[in-house]
Design a binder for this molecule. Sequence first.
Ligand SMILES: *Cc1c(COP(=O)(O)O)cnc(C)c1O
Length: 397
Amino acid sequence: MADAKPLYETYTRAPMVFERGHGVWLETVDGERYLDFAAGIAVNSLGHTHPHLVEALKAQADRLWHLSNLHEIPDQTRLAERLTAATFADKVFFTNSGAEALECAIKTARRHFYVNGQPDRYRIITIEGAFHGRTLATIAAGGQAKYLEGFGPKVEGFDQVPFGDFEALKAAVTDDTAAILVEPVQGEGGVRPLPKEMLRELRDLCDEHGMLLILDEVQCGVGRTGKLFAHEWAGIEPDIMAVAKGIGGGFPFGACLATAEAADGMTLGTHGTTYGGNPLAMAVGNAVLDIVLEDGFLTHVNDIALVLRQGLASLKDRYPDLIKDIRGTGLMLGIQCAKSNADLVMAMRNEYILGVPAGDNVVRLLPPLIVSAEEAREALNRIDAALGMLSQKAQAS
Ligand SMILES: *Cc1c(COP(=O)(O)O)cnc(C)c1O
C-alpha cells in the first residue's frame, strides 16, 4: 500500500534513489551521476566500492561471517593491536555504531572511578551543540532539547557548558566530575573545531583534577582532518576515545579506545556485545587501516583540503550575501550560510553534488578521503553554480 508507510517517519528523505557508487561518485537508478560530498555522513572514507575493501569483504564472506565474543577472533585482536600501536590507547572494545562506542566510553569512565573507591564520581561535562548519538545516555550527553523531548527522564550525570567557554567549563568541575567529553571538531553542531589551545587546556584541567578526557572522534577521526585522529593537531592525548563512521568505510562498526588505566574497571562480565567486532566488520576494518596508514595517505588529505579550502574562501568573497563563514579542518569543511542551509543543499543537489546540513546554518562537505584534486575542483565548480542560482533567485525576488 503506497500510503501505509512501513518505515518510522523520522527522516525526510531526498527523492533520488541511488543504485551504485564508485569512488566519489553515486549513480541513481535513472543513471544520473552525483558527486558525493556527503559520504554517508563521513562514513565512506575511502569512497564507494573501493577495490581493496570489496575484496576484503568478499573474501571474508566466503570464509566466516559471525562468531560471538565467546571465541577468539584473530582479526579483532589484530585490528586492536594496530589501533593501539597507532594511538595513545592500550585497550579497544569494538561496537556496531558510534553511539555504542560513546556508551562504552561513558561506562568505562564511570567504572574507573567506581573501582578506584569513588562510586559517586560519575558526572561528565559536555559542550553545547555536541552530538554523541541517539541512545538514552548519548542524548543526555549531547544535551539537545530537540533530541531529548518526550523520551522520559534524561539520564543523570551530564553537565553542559557553552561552546568555547573555558571559564564556564572550569566552574562546572566538582568533586563528582569523572570526565570531560568533547568532539575535537563538532560535526552535527556545525563543523566547529575546538581551538587547539582549548584542547590543551582541557587536558591540563583533567590532569589537575584527576579527571578523564574523553574525545568523540566518531566523525572527525580516521584521517578526516588530515591526521589519523584530530586531537593529534593539538599534540595531546585523551584517556578514552570513541571512533566509528570512517573506520568502517561503510561497514557499520565503531570502537572505544582507552588507556589501560582508564579501562581498569572494565573487567570480566562488565560489558558486552553480540555483534561488536565480528569477523566481517574486522575484515573491513583492517582493510580500511591498510589504506589509511599507507605512506602519503594523510598528505593527500591535507593537499586536497587546501584546494577545497582556498576555493571555498574565494566563493565566500564572491558571494558575501550567501556565505557567512567557511569553517572546519581537513576534509571536514562547513559553509555557514547567510540564508538557509537547506536551500544551499537543495541548490547543490540540482547541480548534482551532495552535501549534508548541520547545526548553526551550515552545509557540511565531507568527501571521501580519496577524492582527487580534479574532483575537488569539479565540486567547487558545482557549488559555485549552486550559489549562482541562489544569488539569481535572491535578486529576482
Ligand atoms: C554520528 C556521530 C555519533 C553517533 O554515531 P552513530 O553511529 O550514528 O550511533 C556520535 N558522535 C559523533 C560526533 C557523530 O558524528
